[in-house]
Design a protein around this ligand. Structure first.
Ligand SMILES: [Zn+2]
Ligand SMILES: [Zn+2]
Length: 274
């Protein structure tokens, strides 16, 4: 079965699993299943960023192969020294990929919050007002291209096996789905290494608890603890409101959100009805 079909099989399985877990042990009991924006989030789910990253990586693999072919034809030396991971055990490739990708994405995520024009793209993810697993897929195409190009391409150049690429795309889907799920768990003492719904909910707080935001981690939480951006209050269970300041000028419709912030550049203002 081709890798791009295999991913959808896993996506279906993970989605059903998260849906079941949220029904069995919901954290915010008042939260509805058929919440506002659900239909729109299903569109973001089908065309999701983890899948785009996988396609991008596979495409880049073919481009590198073609370039190597051209270099060989021209009698030029191949840059094989760059493919440092090719031939390494799959578990080693997996761990290197996991740590590098997660650290690169933690840095990109901080930039998305702190560089004004990047924040305009990232607002889509923070427009979530009721957090559940489907919210994981609400990412703007503009930021997905930045994220996935910077996080997958170096690993493709290093020669990572396609099975590792697929395993990473599945791991990101599982972990980030869980981080957005309406369930209350935090990995116990492992919370200093792994991200969780209890930690990530504070990333979506309408308030920021530190310079430029908090809890930027993806799969791992360790970067936030190490670099002082972790926020985990003992005296509060969860934020009173999710979202971001100034949401009233942000579009609500799918088309308006798809073309934001380009529309704002053209019209010079936002529109709630776009
Ligand atoms: Zn964010
Ligand atoms: Zn999130």
């Amino acid at each position: 079965m081709p890798i791009y079909v295999q991913y959808y099989f896993w996506l279906l399985l993970v989605s059903l699993g998260c849906f079941a877990v949220e029904r069995v042990a919901p954290w915010r009991r008042e939260q509805r299943v058929l919440r506002r924006g659900l239909a729109q989030d299903l569109v973001w789910l089908v065309f999701n960023g983890h899948y785009l990253g996988l396609l991008l990586a596979l495409g880049a693999g073919h481009v590198i192969e073609a370039l190597n072919g051209l270099l060989a034809k021209a009698g030029l030396p191949l840059p094989e020294s760059l493919a440092l991971l090719a031939g390494s055990p799959l578990w080693l490739q997996f761990i290197v990929f996991l740590v590098l990708k997660d650290f690169v994405e933690w840095n990109i995520h901080r930039l998305l919050h702190n560089v004004p024009w990047l924040w305009e793209f990232h607002k889509l993810h923070h427009s979530i007002e009721e957090l559940d697993w489907i919210g994981n897929f609400r990412f703007h195409w503009g930021e997905v291209i930045v994220y996935k190009t910077l996080s997958y391409l170096p690993l493709v150049v290093l020669g990572v096996d396609w099975r590792v690429l697929l395993a990473i795309a599945i791991l990101w889907t599982v972990m980030l789905d869980l981080n957005h799920s309406n369930v209350r768990y935090s990995w116990g003492p492992l919370r200093y290494v792994l991200n969780s719904p209890r930690m990530h909910v504070w990333h979506h707080d309408v308030e920021t608890h530190g310079r430029g935001g908090q809890n930027f981690g993806q799969v791992l939480s360790v970067w936030d603890w190490l670099f002082g951006t972790a926020y985990w209050p003992d005296d509060r269970e969860m934020p009173t409101r999710l979202g971001f300041a100034g949401m009233e000028t942000y579009p609500r419709g799918l088309i308006g959100r798809f073309f934001w912030p380009l529309t704002r550049l053209v019209t010079g203002r936002g529109s709630r009805d776009a």
